[in-house]
Design a protein around this ligand. Structure first.
Ligand code: PLP
Ligand code: MN
Length: 403
C-alpha cells in the first residue's frame, strides 16, 4: 500500500484528467467493465444451474473481486497463486456485501492450483485461520502424498481433484483405469470423516483450446477433451463408489460457451472477459465482450517520423503478440499503424499507409494488449475512468511472479 499512497501524494484529488497520470499506466473504463459484467450474467441467465466463479488472475485487484461478487453475479472466486489470495483474506471484512449464500453461507474462494512446499502449506493454514472461518478456501489436488499434507494441516479446507483434460500439465491422467482408480482413492481419502476436508468436485480446465481460432474446431475439441473427460470421471466415481461430484469446474473466456453447451460443467471460471484482449477478440465468433482496459502511454518523440511511445516490454506483455492501438478508450483499432517493440521502455508506432494518424510529442496513446493477464501483472495500479473521461479512483494490483 505504501507505493499507492506515494503515487496518490503526487496526484490531484479525484476526479482529474488522465493526462495527469504518469505513463505508462493502466486505465479501465468503468462503463465498459460494467457492460462486460452484465454480458456474462446475461449469458449465464440461460444456464441457471451453472455457477460463475471468475478468475482473479486477470485483474489481481480486490476492488474488482468485490464488484464481481456484488453486482457481477459471481458465486465464488478463483485465484491462481497465494499472492493473489492473501490480500483478499487480509481485507476479508470488506466483502460483507458479497454473495455469501453459495456455500454454507461462506465466501467460496478457490485456488486453482495444488499447494506444494512447506512455505505455501504454512501460508494456507494461516489464511484459513485469518479468514475467521467466514470463507471456505478450496485447493486442487492430484497427488495422494500432497493430499496427506493437506489433511495434516488440520484446518477446514475444500478440495477439488484436478484431472488432465488434454493440456498435459497438471492433473491426474485418466486415460486408463489406473488413473480413474487414483481419482477414486483421492475422493475417498478426502471424504474420510476423520479429517477436516470437504470434497468439492472435479477441476477440468483446458486452457490451450481457448485460442483455437475457428469456432467449429474449438467447439469440437472442447467437447472431445474437457467435457468428455470430465463426464467420464464423474460417471466413474458415481458408478464405482457412489461418490457424487458436487462441482465440475473449469472453462475460461475463449471456450466457456462450449463447456456450457457440453452440459457437464456446472461452474465456469472465466477471467479475461472482464478486460478482454486482442487475442480472444481475434477468435472467430468470440464471446460478446469488449475492451475495457487500456495501457495509457505518451508519445516521447517523432523525430524519426515514427512515433516513439513509452509502452515497451515492461508495460505490455509481448510473448503472445504485439498490442493494438485504439482511438481513445474504444474498441476501434488504428488500422494504419503498427507497433514494434523499441525495447524495455519504448514502443515504435509506424504508419503502414499514407494518411495514417500523425502523433505528436506529448500525445496520449491507448494500447490494448494481445494477452491481458501477464500485461496487468506488469503494473501496480489501475486508474478507473468515468463517463466524463476523468480518473475517479485508483485501484491496487497485487502483481506477483507466481508465488
Ligand atoms: N481457470 C484456470 C485454471 C486458468 O488457468 C485460467 C487462465 O489461465 C482461467 C480459468 C481463466 O481463463 P481466461 O482468462 O482465459 O478467461
Ligand atoms: Mn491468460
Amino acid at each position: 500500500m505504501r507505493n499507492l499512497a506515494l503515487l496518490l501524494s503526487t496526484l490531484p484529488p479525484f476526479p482529474f484528467h488522465p493526462s495527469l497520470l504518469p505513463t505508462p499506466f493502466l486505465t479501465v473504463s468503468r462503463s465498459a467493465l460494467t457492460r462486460n459484467l452484465e454480458g456474462m450474467q446475461s449469458i449465464l441467465s440461460k444456464h441457471p444451474k451453472v455457477r460463475l466463479r471468475p478468475h482473479v488472475k486477470t485483474h489481481k485487484c480486490v476492488e474488482i473481486s468485490k464488484l464481481t461478487l456484488t453486482v457481477g453475479g459471481a458465486q465464488g472466486l478463483c485465484f491462481q497463486v497465494m499472492d493473489e489470495l492473501e490480500p483478499h483474506i487480509d481485507r476479508i471484512t470488506e466483502f460483507d456485501d458479497a454473495n455469501k449464500s453459495p456455500h454454507n453461507n461462506k465466501l467460496d474462494f478457490m485456488l486453482t492450483s495444488s499447494v506444494i512446499g512447506k512455505n505455501k502449506l504454512n501460508r494456507l493454514k494461516t489464511l484459513v485461520n485469518n479468514s475467521s472461518y467466514t470463507t471456505l478456501i478450496s485447493v486442487l489436488v492430484d497427488d495422494i502424498n500432497n493430499l496427506k499434507q493437506l489433511i495434516d494441516l488440520s484446518v477446514p479446507l475444500g478440495v477439488f481433484i484436478e484431472i488432465d483434460v488434454g493440456q498435459n500439465r497438471c492433473g491426474v491422467n485418466v486415460d486408463d483405469i489406473q488413473g480413474l482408480k487414483t481419482v477414486e482413492l483421492l475422493a475417498k481419502t478426502i471424504q474420510d470423516p476423520t479429517n477436516k476436508l470437504e470434497f468439492r468436485g472435479i477441476h477440468a480446465y483446458q486452457g490451450a483450446l481457448q485460442h483455437v481460432r475457428l469456432e467449429s474446431e474449438r467447439s469440437s475439441l472442447v467437447q472431445a477433451q474437457s467435457v468428455a473427460t470430465a463426464e467420464k470421471v464423474k460417471n466413474y466415481l458415481l458408478q464405482s463408489s457412489n461418490i457424487t461430484s458436487p462441482l465440475i469446474t473449469g472453462a475460461g473466456t475463449g471456450s466457456f460457451l462450449h463447456e456450457l453447451s457440453g452440459g457437464v460443467h456446472n461452474e465456469v471460471q472465466p477471467g479475461s472477459y472482464i478486460f478482454m484482449d486482442t487475442d480472444y477478440l481475434a477468435n472467430s465468433n468470440p464471446p460478446p465482450f469488449e475492451h475495457s482496459l487500456w495501457i495509457l502511454g505518451t508519445v516521447l518523440s517523432n523525430a524519426t517520423g515514427r512515433a516513439c511511445c513509452d509502452i515497451g516490454s515492461k508495460a505490455v506483455d509481448l510473448v503472445s503478440g504485439v498490442p493494438k492501438f485504439t482511438q481513445g478508450m474504444t474498441s476501434k483499432y488504428f488500422e494504419n499503424m503498427e507497433y514494434e517493440s523499441g525495447g524495455d521502455e519504448h514502443g515504435v508506432l509506424s504508419p503502414t499507409k499514407e494518411g495514417a494518424e500523425i502523433l505528436n510529442v506529448g500525445d496520449l496513446v491507448h494500447a490494448v494488449p494481445c494477452h491481458i493477464d501477464p500485461t496487468v501483472n506488469l503494473h501496480s495500479e489501475i486508474a478507473v475512468i468515468n463517463d466524463a473521461g476523468d480518473v475517479e479512483d485508483i485501484w491496487e494490483v497485487h502483481r506477483s511472479c507466481g508465488r
